[in-house]
Design a protein around this ligand. Structure first.
Ligand code: MG
Length: 372
């Protein structure tokens, strides 16, 4: 996301300059972009990489920091627009920092809304922060949702590529290798989100996010499998009209939308050639082979702690699969077991979100260990 955002900025079609940049562990890319984009501050999430970052930026005048506090510091710097694309629950605190100073937040981190959607949206209203979704599905809905007349909306329809195992049997999925699971058909993404796309948990998390970003309930969100990933999502209205947003699968389109909002800016994404595409296909998601979707729907219906538990357990289970400790089908089983074991209480504060997150992680880790 950071690389794509910088790609748009360096083309000069919008007026922003870069205040701060962050990365998780990749010092080389961070230092290279910080120098190129003339950033004032660079933060690396992994504290053990601090020395390397300091050395790489020596003599440039760019301030640097490491660890969670410095990610927060980056979000607190006075930028009008913030790209929130840190993966996992680690993105929650910096995102809230940006929201609390009223920034426009381009939100690519899923966990912020999945774990703490009610809290985060309330803070955004209080501080008049505008949250613009970057995820292609929510970005599509944002583009076609009539926020002035939400009562005219009947439902929203999230499209899903179906992932690399769309046509696989459960038996084959149980034996799937890491390389097979991260081979996403249409988008190139990080390992975590690639695995989430393969289990369809990604679509489950997106369903939960949609209920926070848009004034709809869980039963007003449909999911349809659309393997070509050309229609990024749709809004259906009470008069029978359905509005969709289409485009090539290139994240620079949704990022450009958030950079220029409410205007439009020129972007470099390949243009759609409808005649060349010729046909688009759709099918129902298979809830039996991909139970993650109904699990997430159930968690959103239960509300309270359930979505945060779902998310934390999923992060741990995906890690377990990436490390070779559990098989592919075990990922969703671990999430299911963790949800069943934990309570259904409410969540009132960020501290409570962190407590629930920690407890769900430790229980999920136990289930991973038991299955390994
Ligand atoms: Mg998506």
């Amino acid at each position: 996301m950071g690389e794509s955002t910088c790609d748009l900025l360096r083309r000069g079609n919008c007026a922003y300059r870069v205040e701060a940049l962050t990365a998780h562990t990749n010092v080389d890319a961070l230092a290279r972009l910080a120098i190129e984009m003339k950033a004032g501050f660079a933060a690396i999430g992994d504290p053990s990489r601090y020395g390397a970052l300091r050395d790489a930026l020596a003599g440039t005048g760019i301030a640097c920091g490491a660890g969670p506090d410095s990610l927060d510091e980056a979000a607190q710097r006075p930028a009008d627009w913030v790209m929130s694309a840190i993966v996992g629950a680690a993105g929650l605190s910096p995102t809230l920092s940006a929201i609390r100073r009223g920034a426009i937040v381009a939100l690519a981190n899923k966990e912020t809304l999945v774990c703490a959607g009610d809290l985060v949206m309330a803070e955004a209203r209080r501080h008049k922060s505008v949250i613009l979704p970057v995820d292609s599905e929510h970005n599509a809905i944002h583009q076609v949702f009539d926020f002035e007349r939400p009562e005219g909306v009947e439902k929203i329809i999230l499209t899903a590529s179906g992932g690399p195992f769309r046509l696989w049997s459960e038996e084959d999925m149980a034996k799937a290798t890491l390389a097979e699971a991260i081979a996403h058909p249409n988008w190139s993404m990080g390992d975590k989100i690639s695995i989430d796309s393969a289990t369809l948990m990604n679509k489950g998390l997106e369903l939960i996010e949609a209920c926070h970003l848009f004034p709809v309930n869980e039963d007003q969100v449909d999911v349809v499998v659309h393997p070509e990933s050309i229609i990024h999502s749709l809004v259906s209205y009470v008069d029978g009209s359905v509005l969709a947003q289409l485009g090539s699968p290139d994240m620079r389109t949704p990022i450009a939308y958030t950079l220029a909002w409410p205007e439009r800016m020129a972007g470099p994404s390949p243009r759609l050639d409808l005649i060349q595409i010729a046909k688009l296909t759709f099918e129902a998601p298979d809830n039996k082979r991909f139970p993650a979707l109904s699990l997430a729907r159930q968690a959103q219906r239960s509300g309270g702690q359930a979505p945060a538990i779902l998310n934390a357990a999923n992060e741990v289970a995906v890690r377990g699969f990436l490390d070779g400790a559990i098989n592919f089908l075990d990922i969703v089983t671990v999430v299911h077991l963790t949800l069943d074991q934990m309570g259904q209480g409410s969540i009132g504060s960020l501290e409570e979100v962190n407590e629930i997150d920690a407890e769900a992680r430790s229980r999920a880790a136990q289930f991973v260990q038991n299955r390994a």
